[in-house]
Write a protein that binds this ligand. Structure first.
Ligand code: HSE
Length: 400
């Protein structure tokens, strides 16, 4: 029997506890050993909850118990998660986590510590909720150079964009619903402004490139400026608006970003709606692979965490995680990256054409403004022209 401890009894932690108990037989068969939750750590008490008998408030009880072989960190945030995880690995325990903040910031270091001790530091649930994506990149797409990863990586914003698009729902009430459903971060600004998605694309990019991609160096724009009018134009273009995390080889450089994009129906992620996440991985040999599934929520995320626990139990003294070096990967300056832009402006056509030259107009039947699509140009060239034109109401990048 393998004893494990769960750090944090929130949405994901309670899901992990539930799955380990509910699917006990099956998980025992898959892991080759029974998995028993010896401790749940939380500051709070949970009278009447099944975790009550194993609840502790002091982390040292877990750290000093040599019977605990796997620590499951589902607290979120960096403090005290980083110290807890590092000390568990240093004490020779394996760690599974859903904590994208932790993995994006300290992934390389924690992987190295686990390697040095023949233990595992696994983080399948940190990206894409229940979708297996970390393990496929580590274990399966190993014969390819990965030249692009493009993903809808945040369930909350995809849920909000879908409801605004399909039901004309308003931003605030839809966000509240996403919070009630357990999709949103404690501070939902992390979802809305793209801070969650940028950590996830940084994790995927670091795995794909084998070096640390610093999330703080990635251009990040959220969905807070997207309006009902933007959706009217998107409809007129036959496109959908999605918040995409991207990491792509362009010429000899790597460009990464998080921003809302207009997708055509031919794009594999066009129809990825609600809380669902979708990740396109392009390899130089295999071509395109697309991973789709529940991107947030208690049981999907907990399911990914428990799959890591099973993996740890199957490989108790073998480190299975591929290395991702602490050395930083230099990213291309985002302002050099080229694409087409959709623009709404209150200027007239002659001004638009004087500044942007040939454009394609989009008619959404909205009075007092004009919508148009530019030719392909760099970010910096677009911004220069936009300030020359003035009166820009909104602009969204076209995903070609
Ligand atoms: N708030 C995150 C999301 C949770 O909405 O995707 C899953 O990481």
């Amino acid at each position: 029997m393998i004893k494990v401890a769960i750090l944090g009894y929130g949405t994901v932690g309670s899901g992990v506890f539930e799955i380990i108990n509910e699917n006990k037989e099956l998980i025992t068969a898959n892991a080759g050993e029974e998995i028993q939750v010896k401790y749940v750590l939380d500051l709070r008490d949970f009278p009447g909850d099944p975790c009550e008998n194993v609840l502790v408030h002091d982390y040292n009880v877990i750290l000093e118990d040599s019977e605990v072989e796997v620590v499951i960190e589902v607290m979120g945030g960096l403090k005290p998660a980083y110290d807890f995880v590092k000390s568990a690995l240093l004490a020779g325990k394996s760690v599974c986590t859903s904590n994208k903040e932790l993995v994006a910031k300290y992934g390389a270091e924690l992987i190295r510590i686990a390697h040095e001790r023949n233990r595992n530091f696994l983080f399948e649930a940190s990206v894409g909720g229940g979708i297996p994506i970390i393990r496929p990149i580590n274990m399966h797409i190993t014969a390819d150079r990965i030249c692009e990863i493009t993903g809808i990586l945040n369930g909350t914003t995809n849920y909000i964009l879908t409801k605004m698009d399909k039901e004309g729902a308003d931003f605030e009430s839809t966000l509240k619903k996403a919070q009630e459903l357990g999709y949103a971060e404690r501070n939902p600004e992390a979802d809305i402004e793209g801070y969650d998605a940028v950590r996830k694309i940084a994790i995927l990019a670091s795995l794909a490139k084998g070096k640390t991609v610093n999330f703080e160096e990635i251009y990040t724009e959220g969905i807070s400026k997207i309006t009902a009018q933007d959706f009217k134009y998107a409809k007129a273009m036959g496109r959908s608006i999605k918040l995409l995390g991207k990491c792509k080889n362009e010429d000899d450089a790597v460009v990464a970003s998080v921003s809302p994009r207009l997708l055509s129906p031919q794009h594999p992620l066009y129809n990825v709606n609600d809380v669902v996440n979708g990740i396109l991985v392009r390899g130089n040999m295999v071509g395109d692979l697309v991973f789709i599934g529940s991107g947030a929520g208690k049981l999907p995320t907990a399911s990914a965490v428990v799959s890591d626990v099973v993996d740890c139990v199957r490989h108790l003294n073998v480190s299975t995680t591929v290395m991702w070096e602490e050395e930083k990967l230099a990213l291309e300056d985002f302002s050099k990256s080229r694409k087409r832009f959709f623009v709404r402006t209150s200027c007239d056509k002659s001004d638009i054409e004087k500044v942007y030259g040939m454009v394609e107009y989009v008619d959404a039947g909205i009075k007092g403004e004009i919508g148009f699509i530019t030719e392909k140009m760099s970010e910096e060239s677009f911004e220069g022209k936009a300030s020359k034109l003035g009166n820009i109401l909104s602009r969204i990048r076209i995903e070609d």
